[in-house]
Design a protein around this ligand. Structure first.
Ligand code: FES
Ligand code: FES
Length: 196
């Protein structure tokens, strides 16, 4: 089958490539663009390790043909923050020990950011429901939920709502500075803040 030309904006950069029509979005991201932060855990739409944002919505990229989303905007885990900074949810995963081997973590975080955008005041139960499509083979679900809860708490105590900015790519200057304490007692260092 002949190749098709696609144009996709990935993490704010326009890419134009000739690809096979059967190429899955996850393989386009990993194999064509080299964005290996998006993982492949099952290839059967069950684990959520491949979750990215497609035009602002969290999707499992192993279920999407790259050619079918020509012209769309994609955000991967690499594009959550510019200049190597961590998104507040990435910080919270670190602070709350929300990962073990880390294989599920990019997908968990991309789903979590979408969840927080849709429901910035999510309860623990709503967080568990929202993450139900993401599997952690290390079974570290408790701390993953705590990490998302920590950002809910953080957003409730700042004037900015960093996880809700459309497109998820947030200029560092828009972030509040400072170090916050979560309900669990762990410190959350907001990007742009000074160490204390
Ligand atoms: Fe896509 Fe598992 S690799 S859901
Ligand atoms: Fe290992 Fe989730 S931390 S799969």
């Amino acid at each position: 089958m002949g190749k098709v030309r696609v144009s996709l904006t990935v993490n704010g950069v326009v890419h134009q490539d000739e690809i096979e029509p059967r190429l899955l979005l996850v393989h386009y991201l990993r194999d064509v663009l080299g964005l290996t932060g998006t993982h492949v855990g099952c290839d059967t739409s069950q684990c959520g390790a491949c979750t990215v944002h497609l035009d602002g919505r969290a999707v499992k990229s192993c279920t999407v043909l790259a050619a079918s989303v020509d012209g769309s905007a994609v955000t991967t885990i690499e594009g959550l923050r510019p200049h190597g900074q961590l998104h507040p949810l990435q910080e919270a995963f670190w602070q709350e020990h929300g990962l073990q081997c880390g294989f599920c973590t990019p997908g968990m975080i991309m789903t979590g950011v979408g969840l927080l955008r849709d429901n910035p005041t999510a309860s623990a139960e709503e967080i568990r429901d929202g993450l139900a499509g993401n599997l952690c083979r290390c079974t570290g679900y408790h701390n993953i939920v705590r990490a998302v809860q920590a950002v809910v708490w953080q957003m409730a105590h700042t004037t900015e709502m960093p996880a809700t900015v459309p497109g998820d790519v947030i200029p560092p200057e828009s972030l509040p500075g400072g170090i916050l304490s979560s309900p669990t007692g762990a410190e959350i260092k907001v990007p742009g803040s000074k160490p204390r």
